[in-house]
Design a protein around this ligand. Structure first.
Ligand code: ATP
Length: 588
């Protein structure tokens, strides 16, 4: 396929935000695409080359891209930077510059989607000392043959700024229409996506085998399953209303969720956001076979740091020491963990997702032989408020966050947050103490003791409707000196020259970041705000919501992707819940 066809489609997609129009444009594009190419097209639409869990990142810096544009156009770097500053993004700037150039030269060779994809793939795979030179060579060779419009989108993909605003569901709608004739079949595609986390693969199977192929789509080891998530409840009473009179209560351990895939000697670990985290936990890889009786398995567990002498659970922060590429062996012995299994999703050729919770738990108990390192998450069956309360106290006393309450006859709902699983944390029991996971989008330099570091951070929620990060608060409290140093380091490679277009903030920060790092915040209240953009117009016209007296809890949520942070909807629900509490109190 000519890359020009894709670039033209991208341009039309950029011009609309309406879901129906986007679906229509996708259907038109898919109809022109061969089944062999469809997976690549689907990844490119999402600005990716492969599914996230494979960890293939383009990682091209703006500076390098500017150099490559300069090399292929012969226009000095300074002029390109000027054009970039004037407006738009680097993709647009390159397109403008090449427009000027194309009046004097001519395009040598047509470029195909296949060639662009292969070249981008090579760029992503480059490592080592000469990789920067090679990257530049590849980029400028593409730009040499690209039309201005093609160059614009090649650069956007390279820089990770292609934002067509197309949600996964829209892609699935369009796939269902194109290959099964109706949008009604989207559910089957969604199921396949939830068990594979690979939209390209879903597209390929649908295109090649139609509905029958997608309906027989299987869970496969080493393809992560999108995790089942829980709803919050504030009290034992609310849990009983939502989930019934008899259910399982498990300790909610304060560690990192790990999805463990193993076949014969190979083990791969995925985080909650389905990143490959195998290298952080060599101890799980080494010890798994001692505890598990199965040849091929997918399990879910919480990895928790422990005090080696007492065996007590330690807070989540301790696991942060594992987040290093080098000297991981040292971290493993200095910061030991236990792995605590709570679910089984696949065993020896069979998916367990449709089994009821109680059956899965029974199976888990037969598969796991507990030892010093491998444990089952403590569980009991509860039938009334007192029993929940009692187990909650035990859980808190053992250093856990609270309880997970699970419906006994519910299947494992991959990729869904629903009321089959509920979480009851101690902090949820006081009305305003809910914690939120927010994305760091900007910062203000510190003064006094904080000179040379960031004194205050600007934080955002995630708006999944628009795929943007609207600001929610500034936070300057709760940080220890060590936290400030660590955050400064973690944020140093996320600094951008210009505000990322996905950030929605009226407030001007001293520094802008790629919206990537997620941290945990508590606050005293959620209030209406004329400045912050979260939930803009949802409660009152021209007004958003903001956190009052926000405070950093000390938790950097490395395992969360920015899209996993608290959503605008969650903030609205908390705001409304808080108002309800105030009203209820007034009535008393
Ligand atoms: P939180 O911010 O509260 O950790 P989350 O947004 O990461 O929540 P939720 O579905 O809301 O995800 O809460 C479930 C999380 O709790 C899981 O991701 C997992 O890491 C952790 N967890 C601890 N113990 C359990 C358990 N027994 N069963 C399931 N999840 C558990």
């Amino acid at each position: 396929m000519e890359f020009a066809v894709l670039a033209e489609s991208f341009k039309r997609m950029e011009d609309t935000t309406k879901r129906l129009e986007l679906t229509q444009l996708l259907v038109e594009l898919f109809k022109k695409t061969s089944p062999e190419l469809i997976s690549k097209i689907v990844y490119l639409i999402q600005g990716k080359l492969r599914p996230d869990f494979e960890g293939i990142e383009l990682g091209v810096a703006e500076k390098l891209a500017i150099k490559a544009i300069s090399k292929s156009s012969g226009i000095p770097i300074i002029k390109i930077e000027d054009e970039y500053r004037k407006g738009g993004d680097l993709g647009h700037a390159a397109s403008k510059i090449l427009e000027q150039k194309s009046q004097t030269t001519f395009v040598i060779e047509d470029i195909t989607v296949e060639r662009v994809y292969e070249t981008l793939y090579k760029i992503a795979k480059l490592e080592g000392t000469r990789s920067q030179d090679m990257k530049m060579k590849y980029i400028s060779s593409l730009l040499n043959d690209a039309s201005p419009l093609e160059a614009r989108f090649i650069l956007k993909i390279l820089l990770g700024i292609l934002r067509l605003g197309i949600a996964e569901n829209t892609v699935m709608d369009a796939l269902a229409i194109s290959y099964t004739g109706t949008k009604e079949n989207r559910e089957s595609l969604e199921r396949a996506y939830n068990v594979s986390s690979d939209l390209g693969k879903v597209a390929e199977v649908t295109a090649m085998m139609g509905l029958r192929g997608i309906e027989t789509f299987q869970v496969t080891v080493f393809n992560p399953i999108r995790p089942m998530l829980a709803d919050r409840v504030k009290s034992e009473k609310e849990a009983i209303i939502k989930i019934g009179n008899k259910f399982a209560a498990e300790y909610k351990l304060d560690g990192e969720r790990v999805q463990i895939h193993s076949k014969k000697d190979k083990v791969i670990l995925f985080s909650r956001s389905l990143e490959n985290i195998t290298s952080y936990y060599p101890d799980i890889v080494d010890n798994l076979s001692k505890a598990i009786k199965a040849d091929e398995i997918i399990l879910e567990a919480e990895a928790v740091a422990i005090n080696e002498d007492s065996g007590d659970f330690l807070p989540f922060q301790e696991l942060m020491h594992r987040r290093r590429k080098h000297k991981i062996e040292k971290a493993v012995s200095q910061y030991p963990i236990t792995v605590n299994f709570f679910d089984v999703l696949f065993v020896d050729g069979k998916s367990c997702l449709d089994l009821e919770y109680s059956e899965r738990r029974k199976l888990l108990e037969t598969i796991v032989s507990e030892n010093e390192f491998a444990k089952l998450v403590p569980m009991t069956i509860v039938q009334n408020e007192n029993e929940i309360e009692d187990f909650l106290e035990n859980s808190i006393n053992s250093g856990c966050e609270g309880l997970m309450l699970k419906m006994l006859d519910a299947p494992y709902q991959a990729g869904a947050r629903g009321s089959y699983w509920l979480k009851l944390k101690r902090e949820y029991r006081n009305e305003l103490g809910d914690s939120l996971d927010l994305v760091v989008i900007g910062a203000f330099f510190g003064r006094g003791r904080r000179t040379g570091r960031y004194g205050t951070l600007l934080l955002a929620a995630y708006d999944d409707e628009t795929d943007t990060f609207p600001s929610l608060c500034k936070v300057g409290t709760g940080f220890t000196d060590e936290d400030l140093d660590q955050l400064y380091q973690l944020l140093s490679d996320k600094v951008t020259l210009k505000k990322n277009p996905r950030i929605n903030s009226q407030m001007e920060a001293d520094v802008w970041f790629e919206p990537e790092l997620v941290i945990e915040i508590v606050a005293s209240e959620i209030t209406l705000s004329p400045i912050h953009k979260t939930a803009m117009n949802a409660i009152r016209k021209n007004t958003g919501l903001a956190l009052r007296f926000p405070k950093f809890t000390g938790k950097i949520r490395m395992e969360k992707a920015p899209e996993d942070s608290s959503t605008s909807e969650e903030v609205i629900a908390l705001y409304k819940g808080q108002k309800k509490v105030i009203q209820d109190t007034k009535q008393i």
